[in-house]
Design a protein around this ligand. Sequence first.
Ligand code: MSP
Length: 655
Amino acid sequence: MERKKYYITTPIYYPSDKLHIGHTYCTVATDVLARYHRLRGEDVMFLTGTDEHGQKIEDKAKEAGVSPKAFVDQIVEGPRGVLDLWKLMDISNDRFIRTTDDYHVESIQKIFRKMYEKGDIYKGTYRGKYCKPCESFWTESQLVDGKCPDCGREVQDAEEEAYFFRLSNYADRVRDLLENTDFLQPRSRVNEMVKNFIEPGLDDLCVSRTSFTWGVPVDFDPGHVVYVWVDALSNYITALGYGNEKRDGYDRYWPADAHIVGKEIVRFHSIIWPAMLMSLELPLPDHVFGHGWLLLDGGKMSKSKGNVVDPYILAEQFGVDALRFFLMRTFPFGSDGNFSNELLIQTINTDLANDLGNLVSRTTAMAGKFFGGTLPEDQRADEEKDAGLTELLKGLRGRYEESMEQFAPHKALEEVFKAIQRANKYIDENAPWVLAKNPEDHPRLARVLYNLLETTRICGVLLTPFMPGSMEKLFGQIGAPEACRTWESAAEWAKLPRTVTVEKGENLFPRVDIAQAMDELQAAVEAAKKAALPEIELEPQSEETVDFDTFCKSDFRAVKVKACEAVKKSAKLLKFTLDDGTGTDRQILSGIHKWYEPEDLVGKTLIAIVNLPPRKMMGLESNGMLISAVHTEKGEECLHLLMVDDAIPAGAKLC
Ligand code: MSP
């Protein structure tokens, strides 16, 4: 029988900034669904990528002083970039598309031309607002208090020649799709779309721009670049070779089974994208699922709100699987949710350390202690005592499947955790440590432990899409052979060999100390901030000139350190006794204790300016100043005393 195909996508990310935990949420969710379909034995195509064109990228690159391509390359391929993050998060995408890839550009030009030749794209005039200093076009709705959203200055009416897509032609068909099929989910999003966009009337869409150049050029009208959403949405077919020879799989995988997208881009995926496909006369995807947003204190996610939202730091601190699990367990997939570091830690401690972790470690420890790790053949079931657990487990895969098919991974997890909690209760009900005391009860004890291992195994299979790495380890610990890790096996009770051998291994999910973890997170954020600072920063050279005679008045001399000590009650000051070649010791105070220990400087030949007027510091007189070189490194001031060749005699003048 031919394997069923399943094509699933995430939005391709806009690499104008580093990704935060909100972006990661969307890709992890899609990965979980993709892995679930693979577990079922389906032929999965999972696509993700980056959406790299548009004015915002062009502007950011200009600001950074690099070309737009170099700018996006750094964010996509550079250290701790998009590719690194998906690798770290164990994202199992089959393909990765960049909209700057040449095959995609080629396809976009063909797609644009096809819609134009069909008469669905026509040339018109784009009317908007223009900010002269920023050289930017804005629509009325983008303005802030009627002014330029970038610089806050007045804007003026402007027109630019542009191409338009006849979106209005497709309004009825799109409305029918939304209202009369299960194309868009959850259902609440249908009402939003119809009420906010379809009912007020769909305007034709401006699909080309001439005011910037960072985009796919319209090949039959140079000077125009294709609107970034037309470019981006088409990635779902260009990555399969539509309109190009470099990729393949269009016939096999299109139409997509599911586009998973965040709620703010549902409009593009459920109105513009189907209309484009209708224009191209291509089949429509089966489903668009609009998930909710992760919020911070009820508002938009930003780096400055106290919580750590950097997915790298969170994954490194708590583990990739714990983070993946938390995202899927805590927030109902179609709704918004409030993210916080405390909530993350609580979820790890409650579900992973207490419930799942304890079940595994108690069960394997007891099998080790009471039976040397291998369960005996002789086992005694107790229908009455076992039914509560076994019945729950027998129906678990079905309930899990139903939730996963409805794009409700949080509900699937809830079912699994009900079973895990039931198993922990089963341990207490059957008190294996009491059974162990009486040899006659050993067959019963063996059966209790077997039932616990079976429960763990089935839950392990169903948790694999969520925590692939950890479940692999779990299977090792409970001695589950390959055949006991499959989707089919999750519906079979008593699949694990009766005389299974367990292996007590590392604690899969250690408990997190909340106070310590919060401190460590803050330290990691500080370290990351520091790492992002420029390596070396130099003070800009002075633009003010000094005339030669004035400069020559400064008397620089080589001096030798005869003695050096820290000034009492001062954290900074060192007191130098110097031989300046005059025969009389010279005393200079210098605030450099942070960089030097006094004993290390004795005997060194330094440079001092000796004709400054005397100055008092901490009640001591300083006659001159020692010369140092300074710069900033990773945000920290660095200082080096100028030390010269010891062959230079004390008092030698610098000129
Ligand atoms: N480039 C477009 C998508 C084009 S798809 C043809 C884009 N990129 S994005 O980088 O801005 O967003 C990518 C995804 O991250 C979107 O689905 C968006 O909803 C999601 N999220 C961004 N912030 C989010 C949260 N705070 N919470 C959950 N998802 C969020 O849009």
